[in-house]
Design a protein around this ligand. Structure first.
Ligand code: PLP
Length: 800
């Protein structure tokens, strides 16, 4: 029966639809305490989740056992964010139980998709960085590498976004109001995390403390052969309750310790591109890093003992500088707590740590005031000073500093305390070497390596695009799921008319599904024959959603001027959240919504151009949109997007990219072929040169009447008659400083878009280009990325 212990390898073959039905009913009855007549969709979804979780747990234990037996090196991925999204469908797909589950639910009189989509989307991250961490965990499990992800169990993930009169409104995210089906609380795994107090005699006497309490979620890999653990820390009070206050009648005061402690894991900071410098953020960073390191050392000492062997058995990866405190904390644990000499402790820590840099934006590089830092982490500040002194003593002629008057520089600290520092695309890594870490790279020429990002093909193709996945499997078998480069075996099919028409049909059907959903949810009717032109990502000036909407305005004006010309109908779909304090980005959202209202109501252009901004972008929405996209907008100012991973998901699913030579776009274009990619815009070098030209924006506007007219329409209130000046500041920016060079890249963007129009009108030609994108995107699997880290950074190997 379903509860019997089965070998992890045989999960999928021994479990039938009948077993699934029995398991669901068992959990509905005995876990949810409901009978079938009174169960809600929530009850059914939970029952199904527990049934699936049971199937994962045996393999999970088997993985733990094999890791201990092998004494293998373990990988620890420390990340402030894990944007995991929904886990039920992922689990069903990886265990290959999706069909059984759907049949079982249907037999029980339920709509399977209604049940599966009842799950909240776990938004414990802002965007690309957090989603990368989630893809990495899945790949580590699919490859059978002993690994743990460590992060924070935010009570409230990224805010939910809605629009009121076109404006973004933020609502609290409440995923934990329901029981989280996948996690196991671990009351035995608790650590006391100190803050404040005094540092003295190479020791530390914290003034306050909170408890970090572990919650484990199993992350199952492809075919259920391996499962790793995502361990998230929740902050709890050392003492839940102040009884003295309570007895004095101060009931609020009595609950204060609890409220204070819990604040640390209460909410995710909703901004991933500006350094915040807030005390609570530093507390969050130290809280999860210290708890994770304590846990890692506890496991290491149990397995191996001698801390001097740490780098042989443990690899710790820092996802950006958010866990950079790991360097000094590890030195503190080794030196202060375990008596290892300081220099040796520093070497051990460095050999264990790797650091991934995610951005070159200066405003995103973390720096802390040493006043705040010293108040919260006095001993760490001393240790950082010593690390800084040691580095300067070793390289006396270098001007690199980790400390400057008043500040602690986390980027430099991370670099100095890691044996490998990696960028996330070839271009980004080169720019890192020539800009932010130029001097450090000269001192440590072997330290910087490149590991171009990737995405997991299980979620981003097999699960989210079943039509295309089946077509691929029909042609080349299903080994591609675990080895995505096998997609290249489809190359010969791209000339085959039968394959191409099936490929086109899969895309058409995906578009029809999306159109039906948009009509049902948002009341906007779309013709699936239109080109679906999609830009979905965080709102940021460097990502240039405003370039896209300006082009839409110019197109609208052009269609109105010649309505009978042969236009290629398209819908521009946007989605993305703006950081709540980023007013310019929020105004871009409002502008897009205002333009949509005017353009969509225009009878002259109505069947040729539509604009839709879908609210609340998250992983689930991405899974819905990407398989139905024709055109992928990857139009950042060159040199600003470190890699991008959205670009990879689109190419894999057969959307053609219109893009700049930025981040991984460069590598996507190299692989899919330049004839299957719409390139425009300045290069990173040209961007730097262009900014030096006086009045570059005004000059660009002066030579492009279309751009001038589009800006004039924004300026004169065409889209906001009730408040004509609403967007004056945007026009002013794009005509003046225009740091992100929207105006200077507009003309070439318009040109490339018209090439897109022409290409789309040749339906067969378009399908061939789209299919080539799929066939040649196998390299962008996060399995490949993880293999790169194992070889270049971690020195770890799979156990299966
Ligand atoms: C992939 C993904 C991202 C990253 O998108 P980019 O276009 O690379 O910025 C952000 N958010 C979600 C929900 C994603 O799935």
């Amino acid at each position: 029966m379903y509860s019997s212990k089965v070998d992890a390898m045989t999960v999928s073959t021994t479990f039938t639809t009948q077993d699934m039905r029995a398991a669901i009913l068992h959990h509905l009855t005995y876990t949810m305490g409901k009978d079938a007549d009174h169960a809600t969709t929530y009850d059914w979804r939970m029952a199904l989740s527990f049934a699936v979780r049971d199937r994962i747990v045996d393999g999970w234990f088997a993985s733990t056992r094999k890791s201990y037996e092998a004494g293998a090196k373990r990988v620890y991925y420390l990340s402030m964010e894990f944007l995991i999204g929904r886990l039920l469908q992922d689990g069903l797909v990886n265990l290959r139980l999706l069909d059984d589950a759907c049949e079982a639910l249907t037999a029980l009189g339920l709509d399977p998709w209604q049940v599966i989509s009842n799950e909240p989307d776990a938004a414990l991250g802002n965007g690309g960085l957090g989603r990368l961490a989630a893809c990495f965990l899945e790949s580590l499990s699919s490859l059978g590498v002993p690994a743990h992800g460590y992060g924070i169990r935010y009570e409230h993930g990224l805010f939910r976004q809605s629009f009121v009169d076109g404006r973004q409104v933020e609502l609290p995210e409440t995923w934990l109001q329901q029981h989280h089906a996948w996690e196991f609380e671990r009351p035995e795994a608790r650590y006391r995390i100190g803050f404040g107090g005094d540092a003295r005699d190479a020791g530390w006497d914290p003034a306050e403390a909170v408890i970090a309490a572990a919650y484990d979620t199993p992350i199952v890999g492809w075919q259920g052969r391996w499962a790793n653990t995502l361990r998230l820390w929740a902050a709890k009070p050392v003492e839940a309750f102040d009884l003295d206050s309570f007895n004095r009648g101060d009931f609020v005061g009595a609950a204060t310790p609890e409220a204070m402690a819990r604040t640390i894991s209460r909410v995710l900071y909703p901004d991933d591109t500006t350094e915040i410098g807030k005390e609570l953020r530093l507390k969050q960073e130290y809280f999860f890093t210290a708890a994770s390191l304590a846990d890692i050392l506890r496991r290491f000492e149990m397995e191996h003992g001698d801390l001097r062997k740490l780098p042989e058995k443990v690899a710790i990866q820092l996802n950006d500088t958010h866990p950079a405190i790991a360097g000094p904390e590890l030195v503190r644990l080794l030196h202060d707590d375990n008596g290892i000499p300081f220099d040796e402790a520093m070497d051990l820590a460095r050999s264990t740590l790797g650091y991934t840099n995610h951005t070159l934006l200066p405003e995103a590089l973390e720096r802390w005031s040493d006043h705040l830092f010293g108040r919260l982490l006095p001993r760490h500040l001393e240790i950082i000073d010593r690390i800084d002194q040691a580095h300067r003593a070793t390289y006396p002629s270098s001007s690199v500093t980790i400390r400057e008057p008043g500040v602690v520089k986390m980027g430099e600290l991370s670099f100095v305390m890691a044996h490998r520092v990696n960028g996330v695309s070839a271009l980004h890594t080169e720019l890192m070497k020539s800009t932010v870490f130029k001097e450090l790279n000269a001192l440590h020429p072997d330290r910087i390596v490149n590991e171009t990002n990737g995405v997991t093909p299980r979620r981003w193709l097999l699960s989210s695009n079943p039509r295309l996945a089946s077509l691929i499997t029909e042609r080349i078998g299903e080994d591609w799921v675990g080895d995505l480069e096998q997609l290249s075996r489809l190359e010969e099919h791209v000339g085959d008319a039968g394959f191409l028409s099936a490929y086109a049909e899969a895309k058409r059907a995906n578009k029809a599904d999306l159109a039906a959903w948009i009509e049902a949810e948002h009341g906007i009717a779309l013709d699936p024959a239109m080109m679906f032109d999609v830009q979905i990502k965080r709102l940021h000036e460097y990502k240039r959603q405003h370039l896209n909407i300006l082009e839409a305005i110019a197109l609208w004006q052009a269609i109105r001027a010649a309505p009978d010309a042969d236009w290629t109908p398209r819908v521009k779909i946007f989605a993305g959240k703006a950081a709540p304090g980023y007013h310019f980005a929020k105004d871009i959202i409002r502008l897009i919504n205002d333009v949509a209202e005017v353009v969509n109501a225009d009878p002259v252009t109505r069947d040729k151009l539509k604009i839709v901004f879908l609210p609340n972008y998250n992983v689930t929405l991405a899974e819905r949109l990407i398989p139905a996209s024709d055109l992928s907008e990857q139009i950042s100012t060159a040199g600003k997007e470190a890699s991008g991973t959205g670009n990879m998901k689109f190419a894999l699913n057969g959307a053609l990219t219109i893009g700049t030579l930025d981040g991984a776009n460069v590598e996507i274009r190299e692989r899919v072929g330049e004839e299957n990619f719409f390139l425009f815009g300045m290069t990173a070098d040209e961007v730097v040169a262009r900014r030096k030209i006086k009045d570059h924006a005004a000059k660009a506007i002066a030579v492009d009447p279309r751009l001038a007219a589009a800006l004039a329409a924004v300026r004169d209130g065409t889209f906001c008659a009730e408040e004509p000046d609403r967007y004056a500041h945007i026009v002013q920016n794009l005509s003046g400083p225009d740091y992100f060079l929207v105006s200077s890249d507009f003309t070439d963007y318009w040109r490339a878009q018209r090439e897109v129009d022409a290409a789309y009108r040749d339906a067969d030609g378009w399908t061939r280009m789209a299919a080539r994108n799929t066939v040649r995107s196998g390299w962008f699997s996060s399995d490949r990325t993880i293999r790169g880290y194992m070889a270049d950074v971690w020195g770890a190997e799979p156990v299966i």
